[in-house]
Design a protein around this ligand. Structure first.
Ligand code: FAD
Length: 316
């Protein structure tokens, strides 16, 4: 039996691509190096068995878009929930005002559960690290009808020969972030805070109320650092926890300290300059994800993967 189209990367872009191919009747498999699909829609089980979102904070869906239909079905099934359209805005000295925008959606079981839902009925091979994709195309030496790289550019570049990498991806930079989870004994911040965009702070760029977005009211905050602060702590991310804890306390004016903290390093959190094009495709080697379909978001990653899957199905 010939090998199927092979999607490397089981984040939301890879799964959207695989589902588009399957819908068109094209055989496909997804290979992901992680224990579970999800990628940067990452939910990790922490103290007391509670799940915390340590990657993407929420997702948005443009009115009338195909992704909005996907999100609406998740909401109907209770997998996603509208969280809020209003966040606080803070400077280094504290919260200054609120800002409103599109509805942000969260997931009671963590955002990873949404990618797991997309993975149902898809042939996903976990803990499968791909080392090489070469013209042909081949995936680790095996000929395939088409290969898809659904991951951040710097990770994709490592799998390609320099010529294909240059033509498909170019050399766009990506920036890092640290996600620091702060667990408290009690909620000690305003109930209507939801999340805080922090401006002009060297350490923290965003703080999310994880209990609020997940809907269980747990006293847990997740702070995302600035790219510059993350860059300085990539070698030893755990050492960043005290500075981030201090910054969160200062911005929110907290009167309590967290009982526990954990730090997650995202070496390639987001592209500095995502492309407007929906995907890349060179000689049956495709690339999709949030480096495409700018601006870089969950919605962009899904849209990019879906578009590439449809294009490959048409050319199959
Ligand atoms: C800290 C942070 C905060 C964010 N906040 C938001 C937000 O609030 N709202 C929003 O919309 N977006 C947010 N994002 C962006 C969002 O998470 C991404 O746009 C989206 O998850 C990207 O999905 P993807 O499928 O393109 O890539 P990924 O989710 O990164 O998936 C790539 C997959 O490829 C796999 N992989 C990599 N290399 C290999 C290999 N060699 N072999 C096999 N598998 C491999 C990985 O295991 C991973 O599962 C945030 C991201 C970060 C990091």
């Amino acid at each position: 039996m010939p090998s199927p189209v092979t999607v490397v990367g089981g984040g939301i872009a890879g799964l959207a691509c695989a589902r588009a191919l399957l819908s068109a009747g094209t055989a496909v498999r997804v290979l992901d190096r992680g224990h579970r699909p999800g990628g940067r829609m990452a939910s990790r089980t922490m103290r007391g068995g509670r799940v915390v979102d340590i990657g993407a904070s929420y997702l948005t869906a443009s009115d009338g878009s195909p992704f909005a239909e996907v999100v609406s079905r998740w909401v109907e099934r209770g997998l996603a929930r509208p969280w809020t359209d209003t966040f606080a805005v803070a400077g280094p000295g504290g919260v200054e005002r609120t800002t409103s925008g599109p509805v942000r959606y969260a997931a009671p079981a963590g955002l990873r559960s949404l990618v797991a839902d997309l993975a149902a009925d898809v042939d996903v091979r976990r803990e499968h690290t791909v080392e090489q994709i070469r013209p042909g195309p081949t995936v680790d030496g095996e000929p395939v009808p088409a290969a898809v790289l659904a991951m951040p550019d710097p990770q994709a570049r490592r799998l390609l020969d320099p010529g294909t990498a240059g033509r498909l991806l170019g050399d766009r930079p990506w920036e890092p972030a640290l996600a620091v989870v702060l667990g408290f004994d009690r909620r000690c911040w305003p109930a209507d805070l939801h999340g805080v965009f922090v401006h002009d702070d060297e350490t923290v760029a965003w703080i999310a109320d994880d209990g609020d977005r997940r809907g269980d009211g747990a006293p847990v905050l997740v702070a995302h650092t600035t790219p510059g602060f993350a860059r300085d702590h990539l070698a030893d991310p755990e050492a960043a926890a005290p500075a981030v804890t201090d910054a969160v306390a200062r911005v929110l004016g907290l009167d309590a300290t967290p009982g526990w903290t954990t730090v997650h390093r995202w070496t390639f959190a987001r592209p500095t300059d995502p492309r407007p094009e929906p995907y890349g495709l060179v000689d049956a080697i495709g690339a999709c994800g949030d480096g495409w379909s700018a601006p870089s978001r969950v919605e962009a990653a899904w849209t990019s993967g879906d578009a590439l899957g449809r294009a490959l199905a048409e050319s199959a």
